[in-house]
Design a protein around this ligand. Structure first.
Ligand SMILES: [Fe+2]
Length: 204
């Protein structure tokens, strides 16, 4: 069972960082270390058995990577990102690449739209997705419309409803929600045509 700690680290704009921990094996990962990294450290130090495995970047924007160097002081793990990410990283992952984590995998889903280096991290037990600035609760990030629409339709929408959506910012009606709910309430996810999607983007 993987425990997910959603940490409201403040940052530039109500950023979220995440600490993932598999209680059985001790495997641990951090998603988008940023903002007040002391809060991440405090959570990490509460974990008894832990093996830092990955620092996962959803994309290279400054507000999402600002804490990488400081977490590396206590969380010695390789930094994972899309190969085109300009922020320095140790592992450049390809689309659908699966990283072993506990008894499951973290699947890296290439999700261009907000940026060309965007990745959604998906737990293969369909328990969670970490969507960065691609998908927010009831919203999406600023984007290039064609590629973002394709990402929403072909990458995000087909995922199982049971996945909890954990995004990069605390912008929504709640900090996280099941993807099944978002398929009903998020206009950027449920829109079926590019024209309608472009129309919705005017409301961003
Ligand atoms: Fe961003």
């Amino acid at each position: 069972m993987i425990k997910i700690h959603q940490i409201n680290v403040g940052g530039f704009d109500s950023n979220f960082s995440y600490l993932l921990h598999d209680e059985k094996t001790g495997d641990a990962a951090i998603v988008d270390p940023c903002g007040s990294t002391q809060l991440i450290k405090d959570k990490f130090l509460c974990i008894k058995k832990s093996f830092p495995k990955y620092i996962l970047l959803t994309h290279g924007h400054g507000d999402h990577v600002s804490g990488v160097d400081s977490v590396k002081a206590f969380f010695k793990a390789p930094v994972v990102a899309h190969p085109s990410c300009s922020f320095k990283h140790d592992i450049g992952v390809s689309d659908r690449q699966k990283l072993p984590f506990g008894d499951i995998y973290i699947e890296c889903l290439y999700s261009p739209g907000h940026t060309k280096d965007s990745i959604i991290y998906h737990l293969t037990d369909d328990f969670a997705i970490f969507t960065g600035d691609t998908l927010f609760i009831d919203c999406c990030g600023y984007c290039e419309p064609n590629s973002m629409f394709k990402t929403m339709r072909e990458v995000v929408y087909p995922l199982a409803d049971s996945n909890e959506v954990y995004s990069g910012h605390d912008y929504g009606r709640c900090p996280h929600a099941p993807l099944g709910d978002e398929k009903i309430s998020n206009p950027y996810l449920l829109t079926k045509t590019l024209v309608a999607f472009q129309e919705e983007l005017k409301n961003l």
